[in-house]
Design a protein around this ligand. Structure first.
Ligand code: SF4
Length: 87
């Protein structure tokens, strides 16, 4: 899972950076993410901080999964090729 902080929502209280300085730090105006990809161990901790964040500035997204290309499977079978011509 990846985490981001919305700079337009963050009010700069410092809670996330104080609690998990290995992941967040305070920039001049708002918190910033040091490392956005969370380990499974970190996910519940960050979820708790996100809940405690006074401005709901946390954004989560699942790890990118390679998308399957949806192609059109064309059936090359042409019935006319297999019609036996009689006569
Ligand atoms: S806890 Fe929320 S409001 Fe406080 S610094 Fe972190 S992101 Fe900003």
């Amino acid at each position: 899972m990846n985490v981001k902080i919305d700079p337009f929502k963050c009010v700069g209280c410092g809670l996330c950076a104080e609690t998990l300085p290995e992941l967040f730090f305070m920039g001049p105006f708002h918190a910033q993410v040091r490392r956005g990809t969370l380990t499974h161990h970190e996910e519940p901790l960050v979820a708790q901080i996100a809940e405690d964040c006074p401005s709901e500035a946390f954004l989560f997204e699942e790890d990118a999964v390679p998308s399957l290309t949806r192609g059109t499977v064309r059936n090359s079978y042409d019935e006319s090729d297999h019609n036996e011509k009689e006569g």
